[in-house]
Design a protein around this ligand. Structure first.
Ligand SMILES: [Zn+2]
Length: 304
């Protein structure tokens, strides 16, 4: 049987929030079966639990923010992406500020932290959400869709008019039957344009942003002295974000995601549309690992 997984032990980290610029400490803790991922603001007079669910995404312009009873957790997507990539179903995430640490702008530090905690199989079966029919959302020339697929596959295309991005691949497909999340996706960093970063800082956002946690571009090229981690790091990061946003559906997906110029807001609308359509998703468990689609059992068991 493919089983749910949690962390073997507690791990801690600290850093600064990308948008708030605030210092934050986090603790990732094991959680019982069927808990899902639950954020806990421990800095408030009485701690507030915020489940990582698409219906609680209250802001999604620059990052995915969960909001419950006015209490917020900003920028959950990179940690959610790492949790999805490592097949972790249940965990508590304690934090003492309103935003998760941006770390190096990728999901890799989170993936390393989760590996350091170790992963533990639980008694309950892993509950996958299988896409049963096409679900699509659009906004202008942007769109995103989910379709039935025997496995987990993501395709993304972007259209940035910038000399460096235009030279790199602007569309990519990854199928987790043959792709390692840790090797191919987790290390891709957030990117931003110098002018945009300045504007955001002017309006009190991206206060923690800089060359140590983002790929920053001016109008000619990449400002980071170390260069890019992948020639197509930009689009790989869009996939990383989408994996995190999709995990807010409440479990591992079986299906194909395809998107053009999508971002956190449209990804969230897609997940909400799928959850709102009673014919769009069904829950499945695999009594025998070999009954799962190619790559899914491996993904569910992957820890390196
Ligand atoms: Zn991101």
């Amino acid at each position: 049987m493919l089983r749910q997984r949690t962390l073997k032990s507690l791990v801690r980290a600290s850093g600064v929030g990308l948008h708030t610029g605030q210092k934050v400490r986090i603790a990732l803790r094991p959680a019982p079966p069927d808990t899902g991922i639950v954020f806990r603001r421990v800095d408030l007079p009485s701690p507030v639990d915020i489940p990582a669910r698409a219906g609680l995404v209250g802001e999604a312009r620059l990052a995915s923010t969960l909001v419950k009873d006015g209490v917020k957790v900003h920028t959950v997507e990179h940690l959610m992406s790492a949790l999805s990539g490592l097949g972790i179903d249940n965990a508590f995430v304690d934090l003492d500020a309103a935003e998760l640490p941006i770390m190096d702008g990728s999901a890799s530090p989170y993936a390393l932290l989760l590996q350091q905690a170790g992963l533990e199989e639980q008694a309950a079966p892993k509950r996958f959400l299988r896409v049963k029919k096409l679900v699509e959302v659009k906004e202008g020339d942007k769109w995103a869709r989910l379709e039935p697929y025997a496995g987990f596959r993501l395709s993304f295309s972007i259209e940035f008019r910038h000399p460096v991005i235009e030279r790199s691949t602007q569309s990519v497909t990854v199928d987790f039957a043959e792709t390692s999340y840790l090797k191919e996706i987790a290390r891709a960093r957030t990117f931003g344009f110098m002018q945009e970063v300045e504007d955001l800082k002017g309006s009190g956002l991206a206060l923690g942003g800089g060359l140590d946690n983002a790929v920053v571009l001016d109008e000619y090229g990449v400002l980071n002295s170390e260069g890019l981690r992948f020639a197509d790091e930009f689009i790989r990061h869009k996939l990383l974000d989408a994996i995190g946003d999709l995990y807010l559906i409440g479990g591992p997906l079986l299906g194909a995601f395809t998107a053009h110029k999508s971002g956190h807001a449209l990804n969230n609308r897609l997940v909400r549309a799928a959850l709102a359509d009673s014919a769009a998703l069904e829950t499945v468990v695999f009594e025998r690992a070999e009954e799962a689609p190619a790559g899914i059992a491996r993904l569910a068991a992957q820890s390196n």
